[in-house]
Design a protein around this ligand. Structure first.
Ligand code: F6P
Length: 319
């Protein structure tokens, strides 16, 4: 292992820059060269590579987004795209790759390894926190803090007007963001894909608020009811309740990473370089408690990461 490549892929996540910086510093310390693959797997297919050193990665630890840019490459989902990428990687003399992203990124990385035998490890970079094999993903902590700040603001106006508010948060098919911010913001109801949403109970919670009517409902975008707008419509049609709704959207993906995200991103960056040096491939380099954990890439998306049940209980008790 003399030269390694790093790319960021899928939805960007705060902390990806801190991760890139850590990979570069760790690799340089071990005498390796580092190549940045620009634009995720699309950049790999096009051979869009840049040399990364201390200078190129200085002053980025606190920046959101990713200096390497990202994409959701359709071409890389096909064997032809992956073959083209393998050719570019071999031409550039890259011996191993670190792919930071989520489910889609790891599916691509696994297929790439199986077909081309170029060592590749994944690092969990997604605000969704939905990857099996790591307690937290890079970007999750920042996203929940951003969402919580926004919901606190909504609560102020909801409280002043005595309104019912439904706030939709990201997370794709997972309810981690919704559950954590629901508890942190004192929501009256949290609707997540992992549990059955019951509008009768939700209605009772609104009534329980009495005269003030101020109610905060958090819904994960993957919930079976289909999001905040649909719940608002149902509340109106079936219970004659007027509810305002807000979709927080991509605001959750931006901004300066929190300390926790910076530290996690740095830890996983150093560990990913070590993993490649030690001959690991086709694994996700994650963290369980305080320890680095390696999970076969395929497991990271085929096994469902469960929402910790104590959180579900907490949200119920405290509602
Ligand atoms: O996976 C991260 C994520 O932000 C999800 O929470 C969301 O469903 C999705 O990406 C949105 O993707 P895009 O920005 O491509 O629309």
């Amino acid at each position: 292992m003399k030269k390694i490549g790093i790319l960021t892929s899928g939805g960007d996540a705060p902390g990806m820059n801190a991760h890139i910086r850590a990979v570069v510093r760790a690799a340089l310390a071990k005498g390796l060269e580092v190549v940045g693959i620009v634009g995720g797997y699309s950049g790999m297919i096009e051979g869009d590579f840049i040399k990364l050193g201390r200078k190129e990665t200085a002053n980025i630890i606190g920046r959101g987004g990713t200096i390497l840019k990202t994409s959701r490459s359709k071409e890389f989902m096909m064997a032809g795209g992956r073959a083209a990428a393998a050719e570019r990687i071999r031409e550039a003399g890259i011996d191993g790759i670190i792919a930071c992203g989520g489910n889609g990124t790891f599916k691509g990385a696994h297929a790439f390894w199986v077909e081309h035998h170029i060592p590749i490890v994944g690092t969990p970079g997604t605000i969704d926190n939905d990857l099996y094999g790591t307690h937290y993903t890079i970007g999750y902590d920042t996203a929940i803090n951003t969402a919580a700040e926004a919901i606190d603001r909504i609560r102020d106006t909801a409280d002043s007007h005595g309104r019912v508010f439904i706030v939709e948060v990201m997370g794709r098919h997972a309810g981690f963001i919704a559950m954590d911010v629901g508890i942190a913001c004192g929501a009256e109801y949290v609707a997540i894909p992992e549990t059955v949403t019951n509008l009768d109970i939700l209605y009772q919670r609104i009534l329980k608020q009495g005269k003030t009517r101020r109610t905060i409902i958090i819904v994960g975008e993957g919930d079976e009811y289909g999001g905040a707008a649909k719940i608002a419509t149902k509340l109106k049609e079936e219970y004659e309740i007027e509810a305002k709704y807000t979709i927080l959207g991509h605001i959750q993906r931006g901004g300066s990473p929190t300390v926790r995200d910076r530290v996690l991103a740095s830890h996983l960056g150093v560990a990913a370089v070590d993993a490649l040096i030690n001959g690991k491939t086709d694994v996700m380099v994650g963290r369980q408690s305080h320890d680095i954990a390696y999970t076969p890439l395929e497991e990271s998306w085929t096994r469902q990461k469960p929402i910790w049940s104590y959180l579900i209980d907490l949200a119920e008790i405290l509602a």
